[in-house]
Design a protein around this ligand. Sequence first.
Ligand code: SF4
Length: 183
Amino acid sequence: MDSSTVSVCEIFGNTIQGEGPQAGQPATFVRLAGCVAPYCDFCDSKYSWEKGKEMTLKEVVEEVDKYPAELVVLTGGEPFAQEGTPRLICALMTQDFKVSVETSGKVPLTVPFGTLVICSPKRYAGEFLVCDSALGAASFYKFVVGNESDYDHAKAFIKKNLKFTIKGFYTITIFVNLDKKKY
Ligand code: SF4
């Protein structure tokens, strides 16, 4: 696969972005296929790890265009595991879509100006794994907090990495763990 195609897990629309800075906005979701190691035990989209349907950028834009939303959310998997993702963002923006991308930040990334990047750092062996380029590009952060240790690590990460960020704001999502045996 080259940068003129992407591997797509699913595209669905007529829905609403449920979280983050664009919560409540009508959106079309493009779930790109594939993630990269290390993988997360708690991943809720393991089905996206498989190879998806290879589509040209034009085909993706045409599919997205069937839905009415102005906002397109690229998610995964890990969207930046694919070479074609920056070009897909450009192709969507050229058609006047607003684009936001959800990333773990564990893969180096480049994004066209105007892309909203929402980073949800994941902990591996206790530490967050986030590339410098993701730190530079992200406007919002989303932390999954299931216990006190997660909370302390998120707080330390914010203090260390985000205090001088120009955009300077972030969100914290707290998922309460009701069944401690499973976490
Ligand atoms: S980074 Fe995201 S898609 Fe990849 S394994 Fe972790 S939760 Fe799943």
